[in-house]
Design a protein around this ligand. Structure first.
Ligand code: GLA
Length: 817
């Protein structure tokens, strides 16, 4: 029972909480409790208890780690789960700090815990969400963790806590930011503070695998709504998280920060791996231990923003990331534009990972009635190392993240390395015969087929003029497609639809369509400028460029979408002065919608995402593509590293890996490296010797008939990293474990030793068979031809016959039924 004096104390207590600073609070209490020291003492006690409670929740609830501490501090947690109406008898520790709870209602339940709405009676009555974490959680817990955390935080009848995740940390409810804010908005009346209080939530079961949790928050004063969305994929153990921000005020709200996701983690140490690089050095691993303060991984280059670093990372708790043990998170932002991942280790050694669009220069004015939906952040987690994190991403990608992820991929021959801009119709048609001879499924005509007044005969002219060059290709594209089809191969084409060359009809007609800034000389990059997709007429033009290329030429069944520059002068002649900062956001949303239209209107056209190599690799764009081009660097030695890096997030079925002459490595080595992804070629077949042609043809046949089913749809196990070993080794295992393929690439001379495959069925017996050997050569693998059970193979390994730099080995393991 609460008596009158306690009730009065509660009133004063809540009013005191609303004061902005400690000094103001003291002045308020001096007035409110004047002449009533007992009241003052009670309120002070409540305030102390409140901050204790805050500390407790801040320390424990937001921690994504399974916390034995919480289980211990709530006596009989298991009983509680069985008896949701029962009274929680807090243990001594919890009791000392907070006091007992009465459970009101069970709110939700996940693999790792149960969330209750609870009421605390003393010293002050208040409602909280209480999360009881179950011990012995299973590995499917990333979903439960995120949902339980979010629900717990959002449910609290306590804005301070909700704000920790959702609007930037504030101290004791004061409206200033201690950390980078996840959300920062200036309201229509100029107020720069936002309180977000839980309103309601719903959990919608989308299907047997997917659930969507929406937690609606609202500012108590302004008609300003934030909905936290979490889409959970149970089988893949992946969660997508995004935020919807709705303005119902009577004027525009300016959004300064709008993160997609900002979970808090708690561990002893945090080890962050980024995947940085530059042109021809993409996805280079770099791991470091995070120290107090904020570490930012970002991109500010607006479009094809992965050029210097991809928007994906690995975060390992307590120790450097290992392949098959340890707690590891993987994060990847579904956005091709500028991004920011801010990792902030705070005074409690919590880590807050703030992920989303880069707020730099991208302030957004949200008009009344408008909703801003952030791109989704993709998360997965494993307590079995980063290998499982990658497999989770890969499985999710094949089912949900890319086009036709559970089918196969054509083997293509591209003419770029062979001819660059130097070709005509005869040369191209002659290359079809080579493609057929090698066994390719498809021929891809790269850059240089378009432009008339400004012919695209080098990289200085023609972009924007997407009409076939009648001088070079007098019979047009359908003729070429028909010629290819006659030889039993498909035909594809290269486009760079977002770009314009100043030397083009398009630019002469519409110089104002290019991105640029007033009073500044255009900053050319590879002689070209980007088109301003914030302008509706430009969007129409870009779509028409694609549509007018594909529709009249139904024989084109493959498209390589390139983008060879990023944005250095973000300015638009379309957007008003006050909305220049919208450019990069509007651009990328428009880009994604055009890409989505491509996928919808041309389902029969296989699409490759390319960007001067791997400048655009993210699950925002990949949703509408089948593969991406990891790098213009096709030297197989370097590709081992590049493919290794990308494999942390993107499955082999998405990686277009081509055999070329770059680096002059042994042809077998180049083939073996490319075969571990989506195999293709960039070779001038006429320059190959007959022996080389036979080698490539045999490799392609092997790939098509025996390997690609396993590599493209199987689970990847990275066995030996090229960063730590003189060789790289990896294997793929089919979903039913009945087939596996092991790849070994020797990068430095070293004595050969066993490599241990993983992911096999220990009980199954596998026939060991080294493949892709030079014609007439027998395998030097001692176990070749033997049948060995999975347990033995994984324990003892196989000793591949590789010792010298650039030797390689591909070993098939065929399970006996
Ligand atoms: C980019 C691509 C290459 C090729 C050229 C054509 O560099 O990455 O594969 O298509 O453009 O200009």
């Amino acid at each position: 029972m609460i008596d009158a004096s306690t009730q009065r104390a509660e009133e004063v207590f809540y009013a005191a909480l609303a004061e902005k600073t400690a000094a103001e609070r003291r002045v308020f209490l001096d007035g409110a409790c004047a002449g009533d020291p007992a009241l003052r003492a009670m309120v002070e006690e409540m305030l102390d208890s409140q901050s204790e409670a805050d500390r407790f929740f801040l320390d424990s609830l937001p921690a994504l780690k399974p916390s034995a501490e919480i289980c211990q501090s709530v006596a009989g947690a298991d009983e509680l789960a069985k008896n949701p109406d029962g009274e929680i008898s807090a243990d001594e520790d919890l009791g000392k700090r907070i006091g007992p709870y009465k459970l009101l209602q069970k709110i939700g339940e996940g693999g790792c815990g149960v969330v209750y709405m609870a009421e605390q009676e003393a010293p002050v009555r208040r409602r909280v969400a209480l999360k009881v974490i179950k011990l012995g959680m299973d590995t499917k817990s990333v979903i439960a963790r995120f949902e339980a955390e979010r629900q717990a935080l959002a449910m609290m009848d306590h804005p301070n806590i909700a704000r920790v995740l959702d609007a930037g940390a504030t101290e004791a409810g004061r409206p200033y930011f201690v950390l980078e804010p996840a959300l920062q908005a200036t309201h229509a009346d100029g107020n720069v503070s936002t309180d977000l209080i839980y309103v309601r939530h719903e959990i919608r079961v989308v299907d047997t695998n997917i659930s969507l949790t929406r937690i609606e928050l609202k500012d108590p004063v302004y008609p300003f709504f934030v909905t936290l969305c979490l889409k959970a994929y149970a089988n893949e153990d992946v969660i997508e998280q995004w935020t919807e921000i709705r303005n119902q005020e009577n004027g525009a709200v300016t959004l300064e920060h709008f993160a997609s996701s900002a979970p808090l983690l708690h561990a002893k140490e945090y080890w962050l791996t980024q995947f940085r690089g530059d042109y021809r050095r993409e996805a280079t691993l770099s791991e470091e231990k995070l120290t107090p303060g904020t570490k930012i991984l970002d991109s500010k280059i607006g479009t094809r923003a992965s050029r210097y670093r991809i928007a994906s990372f690995i975060l390992s708790l307590n120790e450097p990331a290992k392949e098959d043990s340890g707690e590891v998170f993987g994060g990847s932002l579904e956005w091709p534009g500028s991004y920011q991942m801010a990792f902030d280790v705070d005074w409690n050694n919590h880590l807050r990972a703030l992920c989303g669009i880069n707020p730099f220069g991208e302030e957004y004015h949200l008009k009344p009635g408008e909703t801003f939906t952030t791109p989704a952040m993709l998360w997965t987690w494993s307590n079995e190392g980063k290998g499982q994190v990658s497999r989770n991403f890969h499985r999710w990608a094949r089912s949900y993240g890319i086009r036709d992820g559970n089918t196969s991929r054509p083997v293509l021959l591209n003419n770029w390395e062979a001819t660059e801009f130097n070709f005509d119709e005869k040369i191209i048609v002659s290359l079809f015969d080579g493609a057929k001879e090698l066994g390719a499924d498809l021929f891809l005509l790269d850059d240089g087929w378009f432009g008339n007044r400004h012919a695209r005969t080098n990289d200085a002219a023609g972009l924007g003029d997407w009409q076939v060059n009648t001088n070079r290709l007098s019979h047009g594209l359908s003729y070429l497609a028909a010629q290819a089809n006659q030889r039993g191969i498909r035909f594809g084409i290269w486009l760079e639809p977002e770009m314009v060359d100043p030397a083009s009809d398009l630019y002469e007609l519409h110089p104002e369509w290019a991105i640029g800034q007033p009073h500044r000389a255009p900053d050319l990059f590879r002689n070209q400028l980007g088109l301003d997709l914030s302008r509706p007429a430009v969007r129409d033009f870009v779509w028409r460029s694609i549509d007018d290329t594909l529709k009249p030429n139904p024989g084109i069944t493959y498209l390589k979408w390139d983008a060879n520059r990023y944005v250095t002068q973000p300015g638009s002649t379309y957007l008003p002065a006050g909305e220049q900062s919208h450019l990069l956001i509007d651009y990328n949303f428009a880009l994604l919608s055009i890409m989505s239209r491509l996928a919808k209107d041309f389902p029969q056209v296989t699409a490759m995402l390319c960007s001067g190599g791997g400048g655009r690799v993210d699950y925002g764009a990949l949703k509408y593509f089948h593969t991406f081009w990891p790098s213009d660097n096709t030297d197989p030695r370097d590709r081992v590293f590049i493919q290794w890096g990308f494999s942390h997030f993107f499955p082999a079925i998405t990686m277009s890996d081509h055999v070329t002459k770059m680096g002059n490595r042994p042809l077998k080595f180049a083939l073996d490296v490319a075969m571990s992804g989506t195999l293709g070629m960039d070779l001038d077949v006429s320059k190959l010797s007959s022996g080389e042609r036979a080698t490539v043809a045999a490799g392609i046949a092997l790939y098509k008939n025996e390997l690609r089913d396993v590599t493209l749809r199987g689970d990847l196990y990275r066995l030996e990293s090229p960063y730590d070993h003189p060789r790289a080794a990896l294997d793929f295992v089919s979903p039913d474990s009945s087939r596996a393929v092991l790849f070994v690439y020797q990068l430095q001379d070293a004595a050969n030793k066993a490599v241990k495959p993983r992911g096999l069925n220990p009980q199954m017996r596998y026939r060991v068979h080294e493949v892709n050997l030079p014609a007439g050569e027998k395998s030097k693998l001692a176990d070749d031809g033997k049948t060995i059970d999975g347990a033995t193979l994984m324990r003892d390994g196989l000793v591949p016959p590789c010792q010298k730099e650039f030797e390689s080995s591909v070993i098939e393991l065929a399970g006996e039924k």
